[in-house]
Design a protein around this ligand. Structure first.
Ligand code: NDP
Length: 246
């Protein structure tokens, strides 16, 4: 039994890392899946090829979520290409870490545009199109819950904003049977946060399990939240962090 048979999903930032794993997992569960990319056209095409190899429909769309018009258009184009939209996964995000004094105004604008404004616009555009049973799953961060040291002001601020957005979306959309949830990954081995990077040992030590997670460990939570088993889960933060916040 495939939990997402017949469902149509959009995963932003699906060309690599956590988003690519989510897109493949949703297709494994039966969904047709559109992914967005910015630089990673080749990666996005590889993800689409994997989706199509499972007999599902796959679509790759270029969309820079730092641009308001792209955030809206990516949802509209995904809905048109797939013939509907049941699941939006707001995964695309950028991480800018560093001392408070080194963060530029441009950094602030770019991080908030991608991590917050883009999520707001994509969610609003998707919500207007989703049927009863629709799902909006957003990828936050363990740093929205626990900031274990200096250097996280901008990133943690951007991810913490998604808590308010998710709770408010759940309240706004609950009457239409649309669920909104937020997943907080801990350190996950991707290009953004490689498990062999300079801060990796310190990050691993902050988890209860003493290790990085892999993208598939986040994707399985998203597949659950997108499916019928999570029908009574909304407005909630789900933590997939190896015990980072424990
Ligand atoms: P990666 O940097 O590995 O991948 C980022 C993805 O987002 C890529 O598909 C990239 O597209 C896309 N992207 C980047 N900038 C933009 C933009 N301006 N508009 C649209 N898409 C964009 O990141 P991860 O897979 O590690 O992270 C995915 C999500 O998980 C992010 O929201 C991140 O904040 C969050 N997260 C990650 C953690 C980790 O340890 N890895 C921990 C906690 C949260 P392209 O390839 O085309 O450039």
């Amino acid at each position: 039994m495939n939990a997402l048979n017949g469902k149509k999903a959009l995963v932003t930032g699906g060309s690599r890392g956590i988003g690519a794993a989510i897109a493949v997992r949703l297709a494994q569960e039966g969904a047709d899946v559109a992914v967005t990319y910015v630089q990673g056209e080749e990666g996005a095409r590889e993800v689409v090829a994997k989706i199509e190899a499972m007999g599902r429909r796959g679509v790759a769309l270029r969309a820079d979520l730092a641009l308001a018009e792209d955030a809206v258009a990516s949802v509209e184009r995904a809905e048109q290409a797939l013939g509907g939209l049941d699941v939006l996964v707001n995964n695309a995000g950028v991480g800018v870490l560093g001392p408070l004094g080194d963060i530029t105004l441009g950094d602030v604008d770019r991080v908030l545009a991608v991590n917050v404004r883009g999520v707001f616009l994509a969610s609003r555009t998707a919500a207007a199109r989703m049927p009863h049973g629709g799902r909006i799953v957003t990828i936050g961060s363990c740093m929205a819950q626990r900031v274990p040291g200096p250097g996280g002001t901008l990133y943690a601020m951007s991810k913490a904003a998604l808590i308010g957005l998710t709770k408010a979306l759940a309240r706004e959309l609950g009457g239409r049977g649309i669920n909104a949830t937020l997943v907080h990954p801990g350190p996950i081995d991707t290009d953004m946060n490689p498990a062999d990077g300079p801060t990796a040992p310190a990050q691993s030590a902050l988890t209860s399990l003493g290790r990085y997670g892999v993208a598939q460990e986040v994707a399985s939570m998203v597949a659950y939240l997108a499916g019928a088993e999570a029908s009574y889960v909304t407005g909630a933060e789900l933590t997939v962090d190896g015990g980072y916040a424990a």
